[in-house]
Design a protein around this ligand. Structure first.
Ligand SMILES: C[S@@+](CC[C@H](N)C(=O)[O-])C[C@H]1O[C@@H](n2cnc3c(N)ncnc32)[C@H](O)[C@@H]1O
Ligand code: SF4
Length: 495
């Protein structure tokens, strides 16, 4: 590669930086960001020799924090991160199975220095596991990369200094990493999601008796102002903020936090997102304009299917608007790292290849921008419910496809903490084959028929490969005939 965006490499101001486990090369003024990881790529780029040697001195493995052996228990999350969930429950991370604090009743300082947090830290330092971290252990069991692994890789170098503070909670610095979800406000009602994460789900949930609260909106703090006031004192020292939701790009406090970071000159804070990427503006504030002022922005864009299939699964999605928004991001904020977050479920497992191709067609040459997140719950949407023959067919096809992806000629080498597409797809296949849940096909059929009715949609038309699951079996027909016709007559006769 002699040029970037048509400009001679020699004319550009190139500099590299190491971010966690990433080595990235920036080229100004074209604002192209090129992840690098091998000497080969660098040599091929014919960088000025002094810079090449400087970069070659920092190979990818050295870029990763030198961390102690974390074994199968230790996790850095409770030492560095505070997760504030919808409704106020707080914990060391979003996967911890129960809240150990509540921002509606306690200050963040109280939660951070609470006995509950201290006990968990002590437990991890003693090398003991905690049952509330079971989701991470489960992911690791089938070879997946857990959130524990991600925290340890991002913050592991601090472990020795934190261990020295054992038993001295006040000395522990406030959280440097935040995961904050201001409410369940969302404009989508994805089939795999629920009212607890989306206001838009409320109407359907109410009809089905699945609502999580009496009102559509479930706020996290007692008010937006209180939420902003709780987070602002942490901004001087914070290093990373992860925004999810609900839909974070619709949350007014999110914009207030970015504005405050700009006031403080903290444009170095790493911003990370999970978003449905449908709205890029709130009250005329343009999120792309804001992101262009921050150095490190990572956007996980959720998408579970292209075209009509995506619109069925993620109700509220308009595929054309989504594609246009992705193009806008690529053009206006080329320094922003995009990742496509695909929740792998019964709705897309058979056509993952099509989705990947459609996403790549939006201008991404690197398949490692993909993150396959296997759906665990609700179990009736799990890929484990598929009949055995269908599983075997899918496993064979996906195996071949992941091989093709791995062989694709890519300029950039993976910069994703979730690893390249190939092992991720292998994890998807392993998970699918690990357990037979076909007994839940009936539940899938029932829920799908209820939602199709409420939403006036026909899953069968959009996902024809699911016909064997959606067509009622002979025994189910017989059972419902007995329940609807015979039983009432028997009851009448015996009354
Ligand atoms: C709850 S959403 C909140 C953020 C934002 N509204 C979005 O859709 O990206 C966070 C992520 O969870 C995914 N998700 C939805 N239902 C899920 C389920 N049942 N299991 C696992 N992930 C799910 C979404 O696709 C998204 O990537
Ligand atoms: S966009 Fe996100 S929060 Fe909204 S319904 Fe879909 S998954 Fe849930």
């Amino acid at each position: 590669m002699d040029s970037i965006n048509g400009r001679e490499i020699a004319s550009l101001d190139l500099h590299y930086c190491i971010e966690g486990d990433e080595a990235a090369l920036y080229a100004w003024p074209v604002r192209e960001r090129i992840p690098v990881s091998t000497a080969h790529t660098l040599a091929a780029m014919r960088l000025p020799s002094d810079m090449t040697s400087e970069i070659l001195a920092v190979p990818r493995q050295d870029a990763e924090p030198s961390s102690p052996d974390f074994g199968d228990a230790m996790c850095m999350a409770p030492f560095v991160n505070l997760a504030v969930a919808i409704g106020g429950g707080s914990s060391p991370c979003c996967l911890f199975s129960e809240p150990i604090g509540d921002v509606r009743r306690q200050s963040i300082a109280e939660i951070w220095s609470s006995d509950a947090f201290a006990k968990l830290r002590t437990r991890f330092l003693a090398g003991k596991r905690d049952g509330r971290c079971r989701r991470c252990y489960k992911t690791e069991e089938t070879g997946g990369l857990s959130l524990r692994n991600v925290f340890n890789s991002q913050f592991g170098e601090r472990a020795p200094s934190l261990a020295a503070m054992q038993g001295d909670a006040p000395a522990l610095p406030p959280p440097v990493s935040l995961d904050v979800r201001f409410s369940n406000l969302c404009n989508f009602s994805c089939r795999t999601c629920y009212h607890g994460a989306s206001t838009k789900w409320f109407a359907d949930a109410k009809k089905l008796g699945w609502e999580q609260a009496p009102e559509a909106l479930i706020p996290t703090f007692n008010s937006s102002a209180e939420g902003i006031a709780a987070i602002v004192p942490l901004l001087d020292n914070v290093e990373k903020i992860y925004f999810a939701g609900g839909e974070p790009l619709l949350h007014e406090p999110h914009y207030a936090i970015l504005a405050k970071l700009l006031d403080l000159g903290r444009t170095d804070v790493r911003l990370e997102y999970n978003t449905n990427f449908s709205e890029l503006e709130l009250a005329r504030v343009d999120v792309l304009a804001l992101w262009s002022l921050f150095t490190h922005v990572k956007v996980g864009v959720s998408i579970d299917g292209s075209g009509k299939r995506g619109e069925l699964v993620r109700k509220g999605l308009d595929w054309d608007v989504f594609a246009e928004n992705v193009r806008k991001l690529k053009t206006r904020c080329p320094h922003v790292a995009i990742r496509f977050d695909i929740t792998v479920s019964i709705f897309n497992i058979a056509v993952l290849e099509d989705l990947v191709r459609d996403l790549m067609a939006l201008g991404f040459t690197d398949p490692d921008v993909l993150r396959f997140n296997v759906l665990l719950e609700p179990t009736h949407y799990s890929i484990q419910i598929l009949p055995k023959r269908m599983k075997r067919r899918i496993a064979r096809r996906l195996g071949l496809f992941s091989g093709l992806l791995a062989a694709a000629p890519v300029v950039a080498v993976s910069s994703s903490e979730y690893g390249t597409a190939k092992p991720q797809l292998q994890h998807v296949i392993d998970h699918m084959l690990a357990r037979d849940r076909s007994s839940e096909i009936e539940a899938f059929r029932r829920v799908t028929s209820q939602l199709d009715g409420l939403r006036r949609e026909r899953t069968l038309d959009t996902c024809p490969e699911l016909a064997p699951l959606l067509a009622p079996s002979a025994s189910a027909i017989a059972l419902s005939w007995i329940r609807e016709r015979i039983l009432p007559r028997l009851r009448q006769a015996t009354a």
